[in-house]
Design a binder for this molecule. Sequence first.
Ligand code: C2G
Length: 132
Amino acid sequence: MRIITFGSFDLFHIGHLSILQRAKALGDFLIVGVSTDALHYMKKSRYPLFGERERMAIIRSLECVDEVFREESLDGKAHYICQYRANVLVMGDDWAGEFDWCKPYCSVCYLPRTPNISTTRLLREIRTLEER
Ligand code: C2G
């Protein structure tokens, strides 16, 4: 069973690792679309701290990840799903419902987000520490 998921994975943290490991556990091959810097900017109105090559290298190094590619658009999912022959699209439930339109191409599964951690929160906490 081929699983596909997507994300920026900036400032990689345990919430990212957890969703990737849970996604892999649903099948036997995990493909990860890592958002390009340009797509990240479109999603969050700021560039990531780590560039796309670094973010892809981190994701590619994970034991649970089998293939990595550049995610260039949120709307390109049907193309990516077909190109990588994915059977299941997995996303955190902060995206619940957003990708139901992919259901003609593959199953869609939203998994619970890991609470109390996010790149935005990490950035805020780092800034607070620096101000002390
Ligand atoms: N995530 C999680 N728990 C957290 C933080 C993130 O489960 N505490 C999940 C998100 O739900 C997502 C994945 O980790 O499924 C990657 O999160 P981000 O890097 O923030 O990616 P995002 O901006 O959600 O981009 O096409 C989809 C987008 O590219 C997803």
